[in-house]
Design a protein around this ligand. Structure first.
Ligand code: GCB
Length: 582
């Protein structure tokens, strides 16, 4: 029987073979201190709105030059134009701005077999990635903002290798976030891509934490072997770790100087096992809750925060070191001690630099609005994103809060889903607090959410003054509520077009935004249980839901315009108050 060249036209089950193996938190590995081989720079890119690449198996085509093809093809993956990674295709070409579909990224690399194992790390692929090496499907990954790891070893060829990554940013009801959200749906490989050469047995995870009488260091290896690992913390001491079944831990007896915003002390850590070595730079501190108070190193603190999206007018979601440093500088200028990194994991560089700068972080996953709470696949995706985030950042002292969701209606399905996430975060990492940005209970008009029982800190998003113009509601809400736990105002604000001036009740003017935030400060922070204030947000950002003449696809709730330079009146209003209470 001859092969039917048209069979693929009638096959709607074409994607099924490219879901598993799925790369998850279990494949994640510690990369700090490793010599990575960067794959940034030019990759060939081919848009694929109809999934022809999977239907027709483009990845299995050989790389015969087009002039020598015996049969026509529909793509030239290896001859297509290039984009420089990291990159959002939505920013790269005008005609791709609203492209929601699959994009094929192709790039060759040479491999001389210098290491026994080789892993591909994609810093972020929005939303689903499928990786192919030399024509073979390696695996897929879900989640737009956490790193994905694929072991390439078994399919490597000495000499030239052909790496293909299909990235699919289609919005779907069963994803995390689902298809409805208030930011721009970028697509791309928008954080660094690299090859990680590894020995046969390597250190997968390194965990450093404050413990009774010292600092506990735990390591996890790639394989369930036994042996002795060595760890050293500069200035504190060294220890051997007996490893059995691939894991082990030891406590270095010492009294470290504690990390805090006033004194962001970091320690250099090295760990070795066999032929492998990794490093980290860690701060050590305690964060806890007592009654309605948040304690940092035993001292009550008030969170002077600001929310921020990972979004840039020119780069989209690509974040450079200069961009992160500027953001931390603005947070400091505003008088903040905390940034809420909404609404998904930001680049790992943010937490590394916040560790150095002494800015605390609220880090979260995109369990945003009406997730498919009754879908077990959606829960698995959300839990995996949470575990990937925790695995990536759990040595960062700056991260003090894990956020498990934002503005989710208090239904039974949501309660089960998010309680599971809160317990997962707590079990995976007892050194941070668990929170979520909750809504007001409209029936009782209280800060009351069944999920609160699972949280250390209750986040409250409220927009009195803006979506609900009358501030009496806020007074009533606060007087009515007895949450019994610390509450932080996790969002509040108003839109203002930079440079638009007018009266304090003239919507979209800088005066109106500043007046609303001043009122919020005056009223919201009177309640004794309000232990933090995190306005929405630092910079204006792109979001297609906002289309008035004042917005044109941009949320104007930034205290700074989207040029990341122009401070609005509200910036100065918040800064003045933060200075007073610092
Ligand atoms: C919210 C959401 C945030 C929105 C903001 C707004 O409550 O959490 O993502 O963008 O309101 O601008 O209305």
């Amino acid at each position: 029987m001859t092969e039917d060249p048209f069979a693929h036209l009638h096959d709607e089950g074409y994607a099924g073979a490219y879901e598993t193996p799925r790369a998850t938190h279990a494949q994640a590995l510690h990369v700090r201190g490793r010599a990575l081989i960067s794959l940034d720079g030019p990759w060939h890119v081919t848009p694929d709105l109809f999934d022809e690449g999977l239907r027709q198996r483009w990845f299995a085509d050989d790389d015969t030059p087009p002039a020598q093809w015996a049969r026509p093809r529909d793509a030239e993956l290896w001859e297509a134009d290039t984009l420089d990674l990291p990159c959002c295709w939505t920013m790269a070409r005008r005609e791709w701005r609203y492209f929601e579909g699959a994009m094929w990224f192709a790039r060759r690399f040479d491999w001389a077999g210098r290491a026994p194992r080789l892993v591909l790390r994609l810093g972020a692929a929005a939303y689903q990635a499928r990786v192919f090496l030399n024509g073979a499907f390696i695996g897929s990954h879900r989640g737009a903002s956490t790193p994905a790891f694929f072991e390439l070893t078994a399919h490597l060829r000495p000499g030239g290798n052909e790496l293909l990554v299909q990235v699919d940013n289609r919005r779907r009801a069963d994803r995390v976030p689902m298809h409805h959200f208030d930011w721009f749906n970028h697509g791309g490989l928008y954080r660094e891509a690299a090859l990680v050469p590894l020995p046969a047995v390597f250190i997968r995870a390194l965990r450093v934490e404050l413990a009774e009488g010292g600092v506990r260091v735990a390591i996890e290896l790639s394989d369930p072997v036994a042996g002795l690992a060595q760890v050293a913390i500069a200035g504190l001491g060294e220890a051997d770790i007996a490893v059995d079944g691939g894991t082990g831990a030891a406590t270095i007896r010492a009294t470290p100087e504690l990390w805090s915003p006033d004194s962001p002390r970091l320690y250099d850590v090295t760990a070795r096992f066999g032929d492998d070595a990794v490093t980290d730079r860690v701060g050590l501190r305690r964060i806890a809750v007592a009654g309605e108070t948040i304690l940092l190193n035993g001292v009550p603190i008030f969170l002077r925060g600001i929310c921020v999206h990972e979004e840039d007018r020119a780069l989209g979601k690509v974040s450079t070191e200069a961009d992160v440093r500027r953001m931390l500088g603005h947070a400091r200028e505003l008088g903040c001690n905390l940034l809420r990194l909404t609404h998904y994991p930001h680049h790992e560089r943010v937490a590394e630099l916040a560790d150095e700068a002494g800015i605390m972080l609220w880090a979260e996953i995109p369990v945003y609005w009406a997730i498919a709470f009754d879908n077990p696949d959606t829960l698995a995706d959300a839990e995996n994103q949470l575990r990937e985030l925790i695995g990536r950042d759990r040595n960062r002292a700056s991260v003090v809060l894990w956020g498990v969701g934002n503005e989710n209606a208090d239904t039974d399905a949501r309660l089960a889903f998010m309680a599971h996430l809160a317990r997962t975060a707590r079990a995976a990492d007892p050194h941070r607090l668990v929170t979520a940005a909750c809504l007001i209970n409209r029936e009782t008009f209280r800060i009351e959410d069944r999920l609160a029982a699972e949280l250390d800190v209750i986040g409250l998003n409220e927009y009195f003054g803006w979506y609900e113009p009358n501030f009496d509601g806020l007074r009533r809400l606060l007087a009515n509520s007895r949450p019994g736990k610390p509450v932080v105002i996790s969002e509040t604000g108003a839109d203002a077009v930079p440079g638009l001036h007018g009266g304090e009740r003239q919507l979209f003017t800088e005066e109106c935004q500043a007046a609303i935030l001043r009122q919020q400060i005056e009223i919201a922070t009177q309640a004794p249980y309000v232990r933090g204030f995190i306005p929405w947000l630092l910079y204006d950002y792109r979001t297609e839901r906002r289309q008035t003449r004042h917005q044109l696809g941009t949320s104007r709730k930034g205290l700074i315009a989207d040029d990341k330079a122009t401070r609005k009146l509200a910036f100065h209003a918040v800064a003045a108050w933060y200075r007073r209470i610092a």
